[in-house]
Every structure is written in structure tokens, then in C-alpha cells.
Design a protein around this ligand. Structure first.
Ligand SMILES: *[C@@H]1O[C@H](CO)[C@@H](O)[C@H](O)[C@H]1NC(C)=O
Length: 398
């Protein structure tokens, strides 16, 4: 009887297999055909992994399709190493929901992890990390797991994420690590301003990453850029609430790859702790930051609109205090305007042994409650062009 049932239940699966394999534009694998139930309560992890395995084994470009509805899914890793398919699309019309008990995925590092997938598109959909229980635990100083990043993309090339919404992650919303050529377009990220460690997008050890037309509000950095990142473009985005767009933190290790060629263009910051920040530890390091262009930025009531902090130490206690740090050079701020929520709107606190070099301020206008804001420089060299308010405070050009 059980066997008969199993065979019977396989018939629609086989039928869809057959239909999808002859469909135009490659094979489509609907997660519901693999047993996923869109009720938000049945565990769909297996069904998603099996649909992925089928798409991965396809000889054509393939699609995993997630229809409307809510799908409960635990920690899942989607591997690409052995795939025959040269491009897999995950098309999501529904919402993927993490288990409400944060302990289930809280120790796994990542909730949904894509590893070594070359040729990946994730289109549409919502990821709901259900992080509030864990934030609550952390905010009460209890013994809690660190939490899971909602979407981790690792060691993958030629990736597109389009129109995805991520809400209430336990930890970071997205990580791009060890990747080349990644485009994140029209992404929406949201978590409350007081939710701990819910960074929007963290990029590390990656090259050729573009984030465009995205709206990010979180309890930590909207976007953070870690060591070994180059050729990045962030454009036409909104950030707030959150801690701004940060390069760093860098320099926690002596041997650390640098960050170079970063453009942040046409971004609006609303009520954030920082606008554009570079943060490095006061520790000797081989690391560097060079070739950064911040252009056409609007600051709306931002506490630190422009900041370089080479004595970064968020915990307050036991901070390193070396005169050396990561080397920072060629950083341009062009057409930055709006309001600062504190009087120091421009703050360059650079290291004594490795002063910041080649900082350029061009057409910067920041005010503080309709008064003049001020700028503050420590070991910072550069030049200013056009109208710059507050007046720059460089000592020497380099
Ligand atoms: C800098 O990065 C951009 C992508 O944002 C890329 O188009 C450009 O070629 C890079 N420049 C260099 C010198 O590598």
C-alpha cells in the first residue's frame, strides 16, 4: 500500500519533469513537485535541496521555481561544484521563512548558503529570518547563539540577485564572499534600527560587485566592505536606519589584503549613525584602502556624514592603541550635501605612523541644525576644491 502510494504520488512529479524538460528556455523544477508545502509550517528544507539537485544535474540552464506562499526552511546549503547546468535560476514568488526558534539555525553560520555556483540568478521573493527572538536574547545579555546570515553567497562567479527582499535576519542579511562578478539589483533589506548585528550586505574577498537601486534599513551597517575587496560599485541606493556604508572594519590582522577601487554614487542616507565611513583598528597591518570615490551623496540628519576612524574599537574596553594602522590613500568626496546630526560633520582621525594621504574634498556642503558644522583632522593630508563647508582642516596635501 505504502509503495503504491509512493508510486502514485510520483506520477505528477514525473509529469512535471517531462513537461518542464521540454519547456522553452531550459528545465524548471517547482519545489512543490518535490514536496514543499506553502503553509509556513511544514519543513521544506529537503524539498528545496532536492529541487536544487535536479536543477543542478540538468544538462540545460535550469530554474528552481518557488510559487507563492510561505515555506518553512531550515539551514540549507546549495552546492554548485558538481552541477552540469551552467546557469541555475532560483525564481521566487513566495516567502522563505526561517524557523522561529533561533536555536535551530543560530549556530550554522548561514541560513541559506550558495557555495561554488558559477552562473546563478536569484530573482524575486522574500526571505524572512525571524530574527526578533535572537535580538531580544542578545539585547538582554543572555547566552545566545551568534545567529545565522540569511543569504550567504560564497566562492561563486557570475551571480545576479534581482528584486529580492530580506527582512529580519538573525545576523547579516547577505554576505558575498570569495566571489567575482556579482550584481545585486533592486534589493530591499529591512530590520529595525535597534536590532543587533543585522548588517545589510557584507562584501569580502570579492571583486566586481555592484549593488544598485537597493533600499537598505538595518540595525548595523547598510553595506560593509571587508578585506580583499576590489572593483566595487554602489549606486542609486538608500540607507537608513543603520550605521551607514562602511569600508571595514579592517586591520584586525597584520597580514590582510587591501580594499581598492570602490565607488559609492548617488546614495541617500536618512537618520543613520554614519554616512560614508572607513574604520580600521589601531594595530600594525599590511592592509590598505586606496582609490575610493564617494560622489553625489545626500545626508539627511546623519550623525557622522563623512568619517575615517583609524581607532575603531566598538566594544570600548581593551582597545588596541598602536600608532600604526591600515594605509589609507586617494579617497575623494565629491558633491556631498545635506545635514549632520552632530556638529562634527567631517572627521578624519588617521593613524600617526600611516597618515591618510590624498584625501580630496570637492563641493561638500554639510550643515548642522542650520548652523555651521565643523571638520576635524588628525594626521590627515589632502586638498579641497570648490565650495567646501565645513572648511577642510588638512595639514599638507599628502
Ligand atoms: C574599477 O571598478 C570598476 C567597477 O566598479 C571597473 O569598471 C573598473 O574597470 C575598475 N578600475 C580598475 C582600474 O580596475
Amino acid at each position: 500500500m505504502a509503495t503504491q502510494m509512493r508510486i502514485l504520488s510520483l506520477i505528477p512529479v514525473l509529469f512535471i519533469f517531462f513537461r518542464s524538460s521540454v519547456a522553452k528556455g531550459g528545465a524548471t523544477y517547482n519545489v512543490q513537485s518535490f514536496g514543499a508545502r506553502p503553509n509556513g509550517r511544514s519543513d521544506c528544507t529537503r524539498a528545496f535541496l532536492n529541487a536544487w539537485a535536479a536543477a543542478c544535474a540538468s544538462s540545460q540552464p535550469s530554474t528552481v521555481y518557488v510559487p507563492q506562499g510561505r515555506y518553512l526552511i531550515g539551514a540549507a546549503a546549495f552546492w554548485g561544484q558538481t552541477c552540469r547546468s551552467r546557469h541555475i535560476t532560483l525564481q521566487i514568488d513566495g516567502t522563505l521563512v526561517a524557523p522561529s526558534d533561533y536555536n535551530v539555525i543560530g549556530h550554522t553560520g548561514n541560513w541559506l548558503k550558495f557555495e561554488s555556483v558559477n552562473g546563478l540568478s536569484i530573482i524575486g521573493g522574500t526571505l524572512d529570518g525571524q530574527g526578533s527572538g535572537l535580538w531580544n536574547c542578545k539585547n538582554h545579555g543572555r547566552n545566545c547563539p551568534i545567529g545565522a546570515t540569511s543569504l550567504g553567497i560564497y566562492n561563486s562567479n557570475n551571480v545576479m540577485v534581482y528584486g529580492l527582499r530580506s527582512v529580519n535576519s538573525q545576523l547579516f542579511h547577505m554576505i558575498v564572499y570569495g566571489c567575482r562578478n556579482v550584481n545585486l539589483i533592486g534589493v530591499t533589506i529591512s530590520a529595525p534600527g535597534n536590532s543587533p548585528n543585522t548588517d545589510g550586505i557584507h562584501i569580502q574577498s570579492s571583486s566586481g560587485v555592484t549593488i544598485m537601486k537597493s533600499n537598505i534599513g538595518t540595525g548595523d551597517d547598510c553595506i560593509s566592505i571587508g578585506p580583499g575587496s576590489s572593483n566595487l560599485r554602489i549606486q542609486d541606493c538608500k540607507c537608513g536606519p543603520g550605521h551607514g556604508i562602511s569600508i571595514g572594519s579592517l586591520g584586525s590582522n597584520f597580514n590582510e589584503p587591501g580594499v581598492q577601487n570602490v565607488t559609492v554614487k548617488s546614495v541617500t542616507f536618512v537618520g543613520t549613525q554614519n554616512g560614508v565611513r572607513i574604520k580600521t583598528w589601531a594595530k600594525p597591518s599590511n592592509g590598505f584602502v586606496r582609490g575610493v570615490l564617494y560622489q553625489h551623496l545626500t545626508m539627511n540628519d546623519v550623525q557622522n556624514p563623512i568619517i575615517i576612524d583609524q581607532k575603531y574599537c566598538p566594544s570600548g574596553g581593551g582597545c588596541p592603541n598602536s600608532a600604526a594602522s591600515v594605509k589609507i590613500s586617494d579617497v575623494t568626496y565629491q558633491d556631498i550635501h545635506g545635514t549632520s546630526a552632530t556638529q562634527v560633520a567631517v572627521n578624519f582621525e588617521c593613524s600617526k605612523m600611516n597618515p591618510c594621504k590624498g584625501i580630496s574634498l570637492q563641493d561638500v556642503q554639510l550643515s548642522f541644525r542650520n548652523q555651521a558644522a565643523v571638520s576635524s583632522c588628525v594626521n590627515a593630508g589632502g586638498s579641497s576644491f570648490g565650495l567646501v563647508e565645513p572648511t577642510s582642516c588638512f595639514r599638507g596635501r599628502n
